[in-house]
Design a protein. Structure first.
Ligand code: FES
Length: 169
């Protein structure tokens, strides 16, 4: 068909406006909006993370160990979740850290040898935390131990006390 034979009222689509679809301009506009949306979302996430407090939740440093009756006289009880030994003598109670003073390994009570032993480098301690041998530079610390109003033992690992302090209960 020659140019002269085309109907005069029919509009032909231009090279950038395909018939029935997106024009090139509309496509680029939508792509730009999509890219801006993704960039905005990323910026919002980064800003939120920057502004939200960077808090580290740690376990409580004070804990209840239960009724004194739970601990027989002349016993050493390891409280695993607190890494503390509760020692009961005839005179009363004390709480000793189970964390080795050498490099921080968790010690173990050896009832057959009646001592606390560190599995890492061989330090040994008496049940009152006194160092017997090994590379540990000092004794295991004692923590404050008190009775609550309702009669339970309470240990505060933030309060280190003298080794001769005993709770009479
Ligand atoms: S960590 Fe206990 S002896 Fe080294």
């Amino acid at each position: 068909m020659s140019e002269a034979e085309k109907p005069s009222g029919a509009a032909e689509p231009g090279p950038s406006e395909p018939e029935g679809g997106l024009s090139r301009r509309d496509f680029l506009n939508e792509a730009a909006l999509g890219a801006l949306g993704i960039a905005g979302l990323g910026a919002a996430i980064v800003t939120y993370r920057y502004l939200s407090p960077n808090v580290l939740f740690e376990p409580a440093t004070a804990f209840r160990a239960g009724s004194p009756d739970l601990f027989p006289v002349d016993s050493v009880t390891y409280i695993q979740e607190q890494q503390v030994y509760i020692v009961r003598l005839k005179e009363g109670f004390y709480a000793v850290s189970a964390v080795c003073t050498h490099l921080g390994c968790i010690t173990q009570w050896k009832p057959e040898a009646e001592m606390i032993a560190c599995p890492c480098h061989g330090s040994k301690f008496k049940s009152d935390g006194t160092k017997i041998e090994g590379p540990a530079p000092r004794a295991l610390p004692h923590f404050a131990i008190t009775l609550t109003a309702d009669g339970e033992l309470r240990v505060d690992k933030l309060e280190v006390v003298q080794a001769n302090q005993v709770l009479r209960a």
